[in-house]
Design a protein around this ligand. Structure first.
Ligand code: SF4
Length: 92
């Protein structure tokens, strides 16, 4: 699943080093089935619209969700467990 790992060349990884840099979770709604697994894993960052699609709770861009360092492991889990490969982490 290397392609689904954090898209960065700056050394970010699940070992915690990414906590020092801003990271966003990108949601590709064209792939998403709206069942909401990611919203359960990242309940503080994501909510669901009326059809069940995930949205950022606190961001100007609802499909690019700032991830605090404390939530980075949960964000990696969401990316790995998304059944539609609709999520990816991107370093800012
Ligand atoms: S886990 Fe994936 S498919 Fe499910 S709601 Fe989240 S983005 Fe969509």
């Amino acid at each position: 699943m290397a392609a689904r790992r954090l898209e960065s060349t700056s050394g970010a990884s699940r070992d915690g080093t990414a906590g020092r840099m801003p990271v966003r979770l990108h949601i590709d709604w064209t792939r998403c089935d709206g069942r909401g697994l990611c919203t359960e894993l990242l309940a503080d960052q994501l909510t669901r619209d009326e059809w069940g699609y995930p949205l950022a709770r606190r961001a100007d861009d609802a499909s690019n969700v700032p991830i605090p360092a404390a939530q980075l492991d949960a964000a990696h889990d969401a990316v790995a467990l998304c059944p539609r490969q609709a999520l990816r982490l991107v370093a800012e």
